[in-house]
Design a protein around this ligand. Structure first.
Ligand SMILES: Nc1ncnc2c1ncn2[C@@H]1O[C@H](COP(=O)(O)OP(=O)(O)O)[C@@H](O)[C@H]1O
Ligand SMILES: [Mg+2]
Length: 273
């Protein structure tokens, strides 16, 4: 793969919390404009990987590079540039918006954290509310006036308003009802195509990951045990753990819906993280 086409390069990444090693030798590339899904059960290290990608957690070994800039060692202006270019969309739309701020203020704050000036950025805010299909008057209303799905739309607008090149989405549908999940997945699919986003899309639910990902990496106990294109992974899974995850999805060709033993795959998709 030519250098230019890689938006994210992860090399031999180890992450520890104290004496406990959470991630083991993770390497992966995310090509520009593509979405790589990360799937794995609760506790497998997905959020730790997300935090390491955005530079919140420092690895004990290995490197993360975004657009040729090292996330782990960037300082000063390069660090600020990265902070704009790489955005994380939060999991929980109930806790990610400040209840005291209007939706307009929440978006203005994303544009300029020093001063949430709605008037100054009104045009941009209105544009993003339209883009994520929020009612126009929501600019003056408060988070509690909206449903979980609508709040997640606002959280997505907040993540995208600075036009990042890379988006890290960690369990962004896990707190939502299934029908609302589908709406948010449709929104994310549309935006990633329209904006040409590079995305790392994380979920414990393989059925969810499947809907938006060009490639899928399977994380098991802090290791990537399989990484291939979505069609390869779903058509011809190599690792036993991947097969287990797949067997929990109803209607995947070649896989029975048989829930199997009690500790089987159904439990692997049941927990939000
Ligand atoms: N700040 C932390 N300090 C110590 N251990 C942590 C911390 N954050 C997560 N862990 C542990 O790291 C492991 C992976 O957690 P996490 O990355 O949140 O997994 P996932 O997102 O896949 O559920 C878990 O065993 C978790 O308890
Ligand atoms: Mg998590």
């Amino acid at each position: 793969m030519p250098e230019q086409s890689k938006a994210i390069e992860v090399r031999d990444l180890d992450v520890r919390y104290g004496s406990l090693q959470i991630l083991h030798g993770i390497s992966m590339d995310v090509p520009k404009g593509r979405t790589v899904g990360i799937v794995g059960e609760s506790g497998s290290g997905k959020s730790t990987l997300a935090k390491t990608l955005v530079g919140v957690v420092r690895p004990s070994a290995g490197s993360v590079t975004m657009g040729g800039v090292s996330v782990t060692s960037a300082r000063g202006a390069r660090r600020s540039q990265l902070r704009r270019a790489v955005q994380m969309i939060p999991q929980d739309p109930y806790s990610s918006l400040d209840p005291r701020c209007t939706i307009g203020e929440a978006l203005a704050e994303a544009v300029d954290p020093r001063r949430a000036n709605v008037k100054k950025h009104q045009e941009l805010i209105v544009h993003w509310l339209e883009t994520v299909k929020m009612p126009a008057d929501s600019i003056h209303r408060f988070p509690h006036e909206f449903s979980g799905g609508q709040r997640q739309r606002v959280a997505i607008a907040r993540g995208l308003i600075l036009e990042p090149t890379v988006v890290i989405a960690d369990e962004i549908t896990s707190a939502l009802d299934v029908s609302v999940q589908a709406e948010i997945l449709a929104l994310i699919s549309r935006l990633r195509a329209e904006l040409g986003l590079t995305m790392v899309f994380i979920s414990h639910n393989l059925a969810v990951v499947r809907q938006v990902s060009d490639e899928v990496a399977v994380l098991y106990r802090g290791e990537v045990v399989e990484h291939s294109t979505s069609s390869e992974l779903f058509g011809n899974p190599q690792h036993e753990y991947t097969r287990k995850l797949l067997s929990a999805i109803p209607g995947v060709p070649g896989f029975s819906i048989d829930p199997g033993p009690r500790e089987g795959a159904s439990q692997l998709v049941a927990r939000a993280c």
